[in-house]
Design a protein around this ligand. Structure first.
Ligand code: IDP
Ligand code: MG
Length: 155
């Protein structure tokens, strides 16, 4: 089953939204296979946001991502990368659709509470960037029949 890397940003931690976001993840039927609190530094952020290092807002983005420890999670599910990106919503919280995490819970293009991998290829790279192999689990609930149909589990 596919996995994705999620970071609950300092804007989520500081606003007391950790439980709300994790609650929505659980209620959707998404499996959490790894989770930890971590203080990010500039080195890991330059890798993680390599596509943004030349942007004028990069120093501010870095500072905002180092403001508090973050929560890093690995989520598992069928098509989880695209499912969770849809659940997160557009980058700018003011433009994100109602019902999405950003559309319901934030008003900013930068302090937008959640990071989620944007492709299965990047998810693998990002999981390995933020987690050591021994921190990952193969956990799946013993009975998946309440989450998915047989032909979804065994196509
Ligand atoms: P994403 O988080 O929706 O995948 P990206 O374009 O990958 O969006 O940008 C990564 C993060 O950089 C965003 O979540 C946001 O925190 C920040 N960011 C992106 N664009 C801007 C901007 O124009 N101004 C300030 N911060 C930005
Ligand atoms: Mg991105």
């Amino acid at each position: 089953m596919e996995q994705t890397l999620v970071i609950l940003k300092p804007s989520c931690v500081l606003r007391g939204l950790i439980g709300e976001v994790i609650g929505r993840i659980e209620k959707r039927g998404i499996i959490i296979t790894a989770m930890k609190m971590m203080q990010l530094d500039e080195k890991i952020l330059r890798e993680h946001y390599a596509h943004l290092v030349d942007k004028p807002f990069f120093p501010d983005l870095c500072a905002s991502m180092m403001a508090t420890p973050v929560i890093c999670m690995v989520l598992k599910g069928i098509d989880i990368v695209s499912v969770f990106r849809t659940m997160v919503g557009a980058t700018n919280g003011r433009k994100a659709a109602p019902g999405t995490l950003r559309g319901d819970l934030c008003m900013s293009g930068q302090a937008n509470i959640v990071h989620a991998s944007d492709s299965p290829e990047n998810a693998i790279i990002e999981i390995n960037r933020f987690f050591k192999p021994e921190e990952l689990t193969d956990y799946v609930p013993s009975d998946l029949s309440f989450l998915y149909a047989n032909d979804e589990l065994n196509p």
